[in-house]
Design a protein around this ligand. Structure first.
Ligand code: GTP
Length: 598
């Protein structure tokens, strides 16, 4: 294919600004989407994605487009995941493009992830075309938002098209801009074969399906390929494009985007960001910046019923086939028995995995509080990575603890600056910058411990800014910190699954708050339940739940039968996710009480 007629582009946006809707409209306008497909947003594949309205897996669609002057073009739309947890995947998808449409909701303006995504696009040398969306809404202010794009991002928005992805208004103009303003791919047909892997997933019939973008050279079915980082060779058994369904093709050349299958058994055979070349004439310049995705946040997953351990293990194995960023290994907790320590990219990733386990695999789980990974040097000079608070050595055996820090960027209207600063200071943040950017918009930058924004930070930020704040963060480095372990004892016995790592200064406050939250989430039992928080041997907080009669319906005076039934049902429901600790029954929510104990 003549590269001059190819345009590879992504759509980037802050969550909910209309990325998926615009993608759909483009597919519809170019005749790729029929009425039947229209029902569901085509680019959001998984059921879960549709419900949450979040795109998790990147995908690529080849779109044939006839420009108004009659010229035929091939547009490849490469979808990107929309959440900060997946920023490496976003970056790799962008690396496969020459340009990006920057969708900004004209009723909202530039938000934290608008900017974060623009930076990723600029890092990848992309041409960025701003698009002002939701023009059909009366509250849309395209002029103001265009001004904001110029002021905050420094992008010329004078030619920005005002569209409605919902009604289709002016979407044809966006297609014309793609052809006119984005550069065609540059590659050479004669150079050694080089392609970038920007997505891969496991398919039970085909094995691993790899989405790639060719930089130089060409590829045919039957060719032997080599994965650059692993030096492993495979034979291409299937070669095709999505348009929008899968279609086989004979050959793909420079600048083209497609998928291949090559009898690969696991995602590690074709890691996202890696380079594909050919063994007979390998390239010596792989795509730069390849990195293996590393889980940043860990939590324990335990079956509610110990007998369901094997079933849970099988489910985790299946999930991992399709999610290279998710890791797990067996662990044993004194309190919870046999389970798994699982690694995730971030909090949203935990939620997604948890939901998939419950929905697709009907697994019943107890999830323990998430923890970041700490670097610890013990008194023997050994360097340890601690991803489970209960494994933190005793204070006298620790020489140094280092914790991960993130650079946090919060966007808020002027009125809420004070509230955001107060929150960040409370969370041990170090202020880096306050930028009054544009009309009534402030960008606040902090360096802050990752652990501090894991618990109640998002909720507090939301409530203290009336929902107006948007944020973005990335892990930057590890720093020394005075961290200690806070233990929880139930009726005198330590419960390892409740242990958390906290800063020494915050430990007493966290202890009190956690004990109180636990008191509230552990139902009263037939006997007294004493909840204590301890640092080493020292008790820093104590709460007690007085005993009470188990028959909760007794309170209803036998009067209202529906209420009685409801209560019983509620009690039954609660049982499903309870674990017995000694003779105390502890519900799932108690294990996550720390998320609310700030
Ligand atoms: P994520 O996938 O979560 O990143 O969101 P997104 O950016 O893909 O947004 P999506 O397309 O799901 O749109 C978010 C919401 O805005 C949906 O309820 C859409 O129906 C609505 N929406 C998108 N474009 C328009 C528009 O032009 N006008 C109006 N009125 N609503 C729109």
């Amino acid at each position: 294919m003549d590269t001059a007629k190819i345009r590879n582009f992504s759509i980037i946006a802050h969550i909910d600004h209309g990325k998926s809707t615009l993608a759909d409209r483009i597919l519809e306008l170019t005749g790729l989407l029929t009425d039947r497909d229209k029902k569901e947003q085509y680019l959001d594949r998984m059921e879960l994605e549709q419900e949450r309205g979040i795109t998790i897996k990147a995908q690529a669609v080849r779109i044939p487009y006839t420009a108004p002057d009659g010229q035929e073009y091939t547009l490849n739309l490469i979808d990107t995941p929309g959440h900060v947890d997946f920023s490496y995947e976003v970056s790799r998808s962008l690396a496969a493009c020459e340009g990006a449409l920057l969708v900004v909701d004209a009723t909202q303006g530039v938000e934290a992830q608008t900017l974060a995504n623009v930076y990723l696009a600029l890092d990848n040398d992309l041409e960025v075309i701003p698009v002002l969306n939701k023009a059909d809404l009366p509250s849309a202010e395209p002029e103001r938002v265009a001004e904001e794009i110029e002021e905050v991002i420094g992008l010329d928005a004078s030619g920005a098209v005002t569209v409605s992805a919902k009604t289709g208004l002016n979407v044809d103009q966006v297609l014309q801009q793609i052809v006119e303003q984005l550069p065609p791919p540059k590659g050479s047909a004669d150079a050694p074969f080089k392609a970038l892997i920007f997505d891969s997933w496991y398919d039970s019939y085909q094995g691993v399906v790899v989405l790639f973008r060719i930089i130089d050279g060409s590829l045919k079915k039957g060719d032997r390929i080599r994965i650059f980082s692993t030096k492993r060779d495979f034979e291409v058994t299937k070669l095709g494009v999505f348009s929008p369904g899968p279609k086989d093709v004979k050959e793909l050349g420079p600048g083209e985007v497609g998928f291949l299958c090559a009898s690969m058994k696991e995602l590690g055979d074709a890691p996202v960001g890696d380079t594909i070349t050919k063994p007979e004439n390998p390239t010596d310049t792989p795509y730069p910046g390849f990195q293996k995705v590393k889980p940043m946040v860990f939590a324990g997953l335990y079956p509610v019923e110990p007998a369901e351990y094997e079933t849970l293990k099988a489910a985790l194995e299946k999930l991992q086939l399709n999610d290279a960023a998710f890791t797990f290994e067996p662990e044993t907790s004194q309190a919870l028995g046999f389970g798994f320590r699982c690694g995730f990219l971030g909090l949203l990733h935990i939620e997604i995995i948890q939901e998939r386990l419950e929905r697709e695999f009907e697994a019943r789980l107890i999830t323990t509080a998430p923890s970041v990974v700490y670097q610890v040097r013990n008194t023997d000079g050994e360097e340890l990575l601690i991803d489970n608070p209960s494994k933190l050595p005793d204070p006298q055996e620790i020489e140094v603890v280092r914790e991960p820090y993130v650079r946090l960027e919060v966007h808020v209207p002027n009125d809420f600056v004070g509230a955001v600063l107060a929150l960040c200071e409370e969370k041990r943040g170090i202020q880096k910058n306050i930028n009054y950017a544009g009309i009534n918009r402030v960008i606040i930058t902090y360096e802050i411990p990752f652990a501090e924004i894991m618990y109640d930070f998002f909720d507090k930020l939301k409530s203290s800014t009336k929902g107006y704040a948007s944020l973005d963060y990335e892990v930057i480095d590890y720093r020394e910190a005075d961290m200690i372990k806070l233990d929880i004892l139930i009726n005198g016995d330590p419960v390892d699954a409740f242990s958390i790592i906290v800063h020494r200064e915050n430990a007493p406050r966290m202890g009190r708050s956690l004990a109180l939250k636990l008191k509230r989430s552990i139902p009263r039992q037939m006997f007294e339940v004493v909840i204590q928080a301890a640092i080493g041997r020292k008790i820093v907080a104590k709460e007690r739940n007085a005993p009470f009669r188990k028959d909760v319906t007794a309170k209803c005076y036998g009067g209202d039968i529906t209420r009685k039934r409801k209560l019983l049902e509620k009690q039954k429901e609660g049982k499903k996710r309870m674990r017995r600790m000694g003779n105390v029954e502890i519900p799932q929510e108690a294990f996550l009480a720390v998320l609310k104990a700030g």
